[in-house]
Design a binder for this molecule. Structure first.
Ligand SMILES: Cc1cc2nc3c(=O)[nH]c(=O)nc-3n(C[C@H](O)[C@H](O)[C@H](O)COP(=O)(O)OP(=O)(O)OC[C@H]3O[C@@H](n4cnc5c(N)ncnc54)[C@H](O)[C@@H]3O)c2cc1C
Ligand code: SF4
Length: 354
């Protein structure tokens, strides 16, 4: 698939031709992007140069669930309005049906697992080989369930009136890593910040991560033609405007106006070191576990129990705001749940990774 003389390979991230750092040259596209807006800019260029007719990406919805869904765009303004990341599961079957029935050249933006599924589909059904002209991948640590969005809405106290959720809004006075989550209600809107409002804690606790993500070891969208990610390197991560790192596997950026600077693959791997280690370790440990019949059931049950305990804990804190002994009891429960899981984690690692 990724052939050619210049193609190189690294076990950590798959095939690549060239890697880049940079951001969308247009200020508004950069500001509206999750990172540096590079994904939206590249999609816009492909559309303007008529290399594609339509784009499959994610659209934010207003009103009740789902808050995000897959959509087909042929209009640049609508695409730009819907940039940023969706930490919310989206379903692809309807747009795939549309690609199958409506002829044209499509660019599809997707997470690594969906890129993999689309490549398999292309092998089975030639119509997708012909029509999906470009597959753009987003680097992915883990995806969250809809409950994550629900908790954010609870925390915002906008309750039933919440209409729209925008992940990864930027603030010129904050580093990119402390990004905002804007909750728009019927009359008011509120922004919670990833670090300041302690969302980071919920995020890393993994209690809303999708179960399948614990088995996934593809961080860099290895099946995509090009993969986009945040530049989590000290020289870029404090810039509130956002910067991208890009792995170009087919030389796509050589066909577009020059907007990005080459960077070494080692810098790309360094930028994702934490996510990479976490993902590989989880996937290795859990794959081995789930292969073993004898312990399959207890492990999966205790895993679900951990997620449930933590999710009830965060919800109880967010909705009832308990104080005094009730809060102490909740904290103690959550703490002991975390301690049990840390011990279990150490035992697994010693047993299965040594
Ligand atoms: C669940 C998730 C986990 C991620 N984990 C990491 C990580 O660990 N490390 C890292 O460096 N980067 C991660 N990213 C990628 C990062 O958040 C940015 O999406 C990426 O850097 C591109 O930024 P941009 O400014 O170029 O994109 P934008 O210009 O904002 O464009 C993003 C495009 O992607 C589409 N999109 C958004 N969410 C989804 C989705 N769920 N499925 C399909 N299309 C979508 C949008 O509709 C838009 O067209 C993750 C993204 C997601 C959605
Ligand atoms: S972690 Fe893997 S399985 Fe989960 S959403 Fe990301 S790519 Fe898909």
């Amino acid at each position: 698939m990724f052939d050619g003389k210049q193609t190189q390979f690294r076990a950590e991230c798959g095939f690549y031709r060239e890697c880049y750092v940079g951001a969308a040259p247009e200020a508004d596209v950069r500001w509206n992007g999750a990172s540096g807006g590079a994904a939206t800019w590249v999609l816009g260029q492909l559309l303007q140069q008529k290399k594609i007719d339509q784009i499959v990406a994610v659209e934010r919805k207003t009103g009740n669930s789902p808050l995000f869904q897959c959509a087909v765009f042929s209009d640049l303004a609508a695409l730009q309005k819907n940039s940023k990341s969706s930490y919310y599961p989206v379903e692809f079957s309807q747009v795939l049906q549309q690609i199958r029935t409506i002829p044209g050249r499509y660019a599809v933006v997707a997470l690594p697992c969906v890129c993999h599924a689309i490549r398999l589909l292309q092998q089975q059904q030639p119509v997708f080989q012909e029509r999906v002209a470009y597959l753009l991948g987003l680097c992915c640590g883990k995806q969250k369930s809809t409950h994550f969005a629900e908790e954010i809405i609870h925390r915002s106290k906008l309750g039933e009136s919440a209409q729209e959720l925008i992940f990864r809004t930027k603030n010129i006075r904050r580093p990119l890593a402390d990004y905002g989550i804007e909750i728009r209600g019927k009359k008011h809107k509120k922004t919670l910040y990833f670090r300041e409002d302690n969302i980071l804690k919920t995020w890393v606790s993994d209690c809303y991560s999708l179960p399948g993500c614990f088995f996934c070891d593809d961080l860099f969208a290895e099946c995509a033609d090009i993969a986009f990610m945040d530049a989590w390197l000290p020289e870029y991560s404090n810039d509130p405007l956002g910067t991208n790192l890009i792995i170009d596997r087919i030389g796509l950026l050589e066909e577009l106006p020059r907007a990005f600077t080459p960077i070494s693959i080692d810098m790309i791997l360094l930028s994702q070191e934490g996510a990479f280690r976490n993902k590989q370790r989880n996937a290795n440990v859990l794959r081995r576990f789930f292969k073993m019949d004898g312990i399959r059931r207890p492990i999966s049950l205790s895993w679900i129990a951990r997620g449930e305990v933590m999710s009830h804990y965060y919800r109880a804190l967010a909705t009832n705001r308990p104080s005094g002994p009730v809060r102490m009891l909740l904290n103690a429960l959550a703490k002991s749940n975390q301690i049990v899981w840390k011990i279990a984690d150490k035992i697994w690692k010693r047993k299965y990774l040594s």
